[in-house]
Ligand binder design. Sequence first.
Ligand SMILES: Cc1cc2nc3c(=O)[nH]c(=O)nc-3n(C[C@H](O)[C@H](O)[C@H](O)COP(=O)(O)OP(=O)(O)OC[C@H]3O[C@@H](n4cnc5c(N)ncnc54)[C@H](O)[C@@H]3O)c2cc1C
Length: 534
Amino acid sequence: MTERHEILLIGAGLTGMCALYKLRSAGYDVRVYEAGGGVGGTWYWNRYPGARFDSESWTYIFSFDDEILREWNWSEQFSGQPENLRYCEFVADKLDLRRDITFRERAVSAHWDERAGEWEVVFASGRRARARFLVTALGPLSAPTMPRIEGIGDFRGECWHTGLWPHEPVRFENKRVAVIGTGASGVQAITEIAKTVGELTVFQRTPNWCAPLRNAPISSEEMARIRAGYTEIFARCRETYGCFIHAADPRNALDVTPPEREAFYEKLYQLPGFAFWQGNFRDILTDRAANDTVTEFVTRKIRARVRDPKLADLLIPEDHGFGTRRVPLESGYYEVYNQPNVALVDLRATPLVRVTATGLRTSAREYEFDMIVYATGFDAITGAFDRIDIQGRGGRRLKEKWADGARTYLGLQIEGFPNLLTLIGPHNAATFCNMPRCIEQNVDWVTDLLVHMRARGLTRVEASPGAEQSWTAHANEAASRLLASKVDSWMTRVNRNVAGHDKRTFVAYAGGAPRYRQKCDEVAARGYEGFVLD
Ligand SMILES: Cc1cc2nc3c(=O)[nH]c(=O)nc-3n(C[C@H](O)[C@H](O)[C@H](O)COP(=O)(O)OP(=O)(O)OC[C@H]3O[C@@H](n4cnc5c(N)ncnc54)[C@H](O)[C@@H]3O)c2cc1C
């Protein structure tokens, strides 16, 4: 039997939750399908030790429901995964979302049926569902990847991926633990695991530039102040490049004297969250000479924190400047390498060769472990799309269309794929954003579009080829100004763990959230210019 609804929505992370609430409130019959066993997406799956926000907690909250704002209390400035998941569950309860969500259903294909003017989605269980509109909320970081090496299934000890962490507690005491990967998840997990582990060996291919998180508890008095200030907090986030609370300093790095610059960097380094990255001189992410100054500052910080200079050398990136990849925030990460029971293996010098029954083999030697933790990240932004066989008009495959790089209109729609709306899709400002802020914008915009269509008896929406082309050109042009576009990272879709992802193509949106929002608003004001509506 095929289920029928007006709108099928895939994913029950915060984006899917917000979209369900808003679309249902607009009177649509929406059904959500979610691969996981509960709501929360990122915060449902990423239960690894140390998982926490790098957004200030009080900026990572839905703004549209007064009761949520009144009743929810954050206990830390950057709260941890258990609390973040509790927040998602609290929202689901408050907005009574679960009644419209089917859990443990993974979409494997979605085909456009031109004759019926409908999408048909097939799930791994064999379930089928049809609707005129398909809205995806698949997550930018929801397709975990494993290293492409032999023997992955051979290891007989405990073995976990940070993005698929078990629900039961995992213990590290007296164990020999390997962590592969030193991206944002790896940095958080390594720091936490090191607190109780028997012996820890970190396998690093590419070091990242980290900055201090500087987390702190939130007292009830402070929570009351935050609550009273939500309106100003959201207004401030709206104005900043990535909707974080931090705005870039209007000066250029080289416009101030070296002592002033040093004092400014030192001040920022002592501040919490992304202050050091997003609140820095305006040109450190676009001008190489400016970037060199901040890179040199962080290099000194790392050297001061890591006792063994040779280890420090390995932890200092050489192939990219500070901030040109998403900056992991840390709480004592560098000091972990001063512990006698922690070792670092440089995979550039001695690559991993295979996983064995008892551990790992590099080109240099054999290692034995009780546990392997894969902190090897995600096939970002387009990965969750690629894992579904999405076929549009004439059986055209989305994966093939995006093989050499994403092409979208506003990161929300794709030519050749009518009535498919891709929340947080590639080239959408949300990819670079303090997410709830951009989720609300994406969802409101799509809801307004559907309401606009319903009011006019329109049943079909598709980006015109020209609109898609000019948005893609604009997204690429905006990216080209960022130093980040010349660096291998998930933003440029280079991922050695994914076949074919070895050429840089910028999949995030570098123009900033305010500019993106303005463009979306202009398109809507001009009767959804660039879309063919029938
Ligand atoms: C460890 C970690 C920390 C992060 N910290 C921050 C932070 O501090 N600030 C910030 O702004 N962002 C952060 N992010 C980004 C984070 O992903 C977003 O903040 C936000 O959670 C995204 O919500 P979403 O609903 O779009 O995606 P997700 O939360 O990823 O939800 C997508 C859902 O879709 C489901 N899904 C995917 N494919 C299918 C399918 N084929 N069939 C059925 N269901 C499917 C998934 O199971 C998942 O539940 C972090 C990400 C990670 C991984």
